[in-house]
Design a protein around this ligand. Structure first.
Ligand code: PEP
Length: 248
């Protein structure tokens, strides 16, 4: 089954030498790997153009880690989704828990960004699952509910959802495959209620949080997630490749 594998490189390349070395190594490692899975790398936004060129004609698509809710205008310091698209970017991560925390992004902000990303022909990968383990169901309900209330059916069909329990991000801890499956099915059932089974079945729901080559089978295959969003593992081309091989 074809899976979507998204690498979130976060703010981890602090200079162009690190950027260049990473792209070179990733291209070399993957030159010998033929995969049918969808591979997406999301570097810091400033490196979007370089990544689009470096990974042109490879199996990788390029995305960014955020964009703004307007395409043009007087919004100092923000990034237009239209500009990302014009550079060759195809995807954008929205509502990551680190942005919800450090940039105080609300569900309303994320819905606005999602709508503008879609109008700019980017695929939004919307993260849900913030807050503590105890009230996670409540958080997910509110976050997915905001998307369902704010997006039309046609917009919803273009969204990818990533379930990321905040306690699992970068911690080395993961939920069990049953726990991930329960949350994936819960999100799906919310979409079914609003838009029916066919629309719901077409929306990829990923899992994210401490995914590695060692646990990809449990976190992705056994949980019936449609793919994974990975941070730490995407920083090492060898580890990323081992993880992709794990589901090939
Ligand atoms: C993330 O940044 O979305 C993430 C899942 O990170 P990690 O894989 O390091 O937990």
């Amino acid at each position: 089954m074809k899976k979507m594998i998204v690498g979130n490189l976060k703010m981890n390349m602090e200079n162009v030498s690190q950027r260049d070395a990473y792209c070179k190594e990733m291209c070399e490692v993957f030159s010998g790997i033929h995969t049918t899975h969808t591979l997406i790398l999301c570097p810091p936004v400033i490196y979007t153009e370089y990544f689009c060129r470096a990974f042109h004609n490879t199996s990788f698509a390029i995305g960014t880690q955020d964009c703004f809710w307007e395409m043009y205008g007087s919004y100092t310091g923000n990034t237009s989704p239209k500009a990302i698209h014009s550079l060759g970017g195809t995807h954008v991560i929205l509502g990551h828990s680190e942005r919800r925390t450090h940039n105080h992004e609300s569900n309303e902000d994320i819905v606005r960004k999602t709508k503008t990303a879609i109008r700019s022909e980017l695929v939004p990968i919307v993260c849900v699952g913030f807050l503590s383990h105890d009230d996670e169901m409540h958080s997910v309900h509110e976050q997915v509910g905001a998307l369902l209330a704010g997006l039309s059916r046609e917009e919803m069909e273009k969204v990818v959802i990533a379930y990321e329990p905040v306690w699992a991000i970068g911690s080395g801890k993961t939920p069990t495959s049953d726990e991930i499956h329960t949350m994936v099915m819960y999100i799906r059932s919310m979409i079914v209620q609003e838009h029916g089974k066919d629309i719901s079945a077409g929306i990829p729901i990923l899992y994210g949080g401490s995914v590695t080559a060692e646990n990809i089978d449990e976190t992705c295959m056994q949980s019936y997630a449609d793919g994974v969003l990975v941070g730490t593992t995407s920083l090492s081309p060898e580890k990323f490749a081992a993880m992709v091989r794990g589901i090939s």
